[in-house]
Design a protein around this ligand. Structure first.
Ligand code: FMN
Length: 186
């Protein structure tokens, strides 16, 4: 199998519980972001933006999200509250995934969401070479990020990409066969 096929098929979600307690060098994060920047984009709107949380800013993000969880959930669950906080500190870095909507709305929003998702995938498939794992978290709490950091009016948070060093992952989500999802038309 070609290398690129192997890389794509080995990609998986690796969750903070499995991360090693190790910072990620900024140069590596920059390389990953450079990959994101090569995503395709209709009318060259380049709608992907990232806010990179490292060091103590991870903890602060966790405190904010946990507080927001407490404020906005009547059925408050203590272990979830603690998990929100521990996930952020366990991560080597957290990228807030931001959609920067074209001000003139020259393309439908879904096309820009698609471009942002492709940018995230470019990061995701490049992680393994560095022994990094990652996962996309999309909690409802993402919508409050603008209360914690400055976002422009045309920007919204599509979730967080957690990244951390890991010793591989044995969690394999078997996908249903592609043959069930494809119709060939002759
Ligand atoms: C847009 C998007 C949002 C996701 N949000 C969450 C999430 O909020 N919580 C979670 O546990 N996993 C989330 N995931 C990860 C999926 O659970 C994961 O991709 C799925 O279980 C398949 O596993 P795999 O990535 O290892 O193939 C998200 C994935 C995507 C693409």
């Amino acid at each position: 199998m070609s290398n690129i096929n192997k890389i794509i098929r080995k990609r998986r979600s690796v969750y903070p519980l499995q991360y090693l307690d190790k910072e990620i060098p900024k140069e590596i994060i920059r390389e990953l972001l450079e990959n994101a920047n090569h995503a395709p984009t209709h009318r060259l709107t380049e709608p992907w933006r990232f806010k990179v949380f490292t060091g103590d800013r991870k903890r602060q993000l966790g405190e904010f999200l946990a507080k927001k969880y407490k404020e906005t959930n009547s059925e408050f669950n203590d272990s979830k509250y603690e998990k929100i906080k521990s996930n952020t500190t366990k991560a080597g870095a957290i990228l807030a995934i931001i959609l920067h909507r074209d001000l003139k709305e020259r393309v439908p929003e879904w096309e820009e969401v698609a471009s942002v998702a492709i940018a995230v995938q470019n990061i995701w498939i490049a992680l393994e070479q560095y022994n990094l794992g990652g996962y996309w978290s999309s909690p409802a709490l993402s919508t409050y990020l603008g209360e914690h950091i400055a976002l422009e009016e045309n920007e919204s948070c599509l979730g967080f990409f957690y990244i951390g060093y890991c010793e591989g992952s044995d969690r394999i989500v078997q996908k249903k066969p592609i043959s069930e999802k494809v119709e060939w038309l002759y």
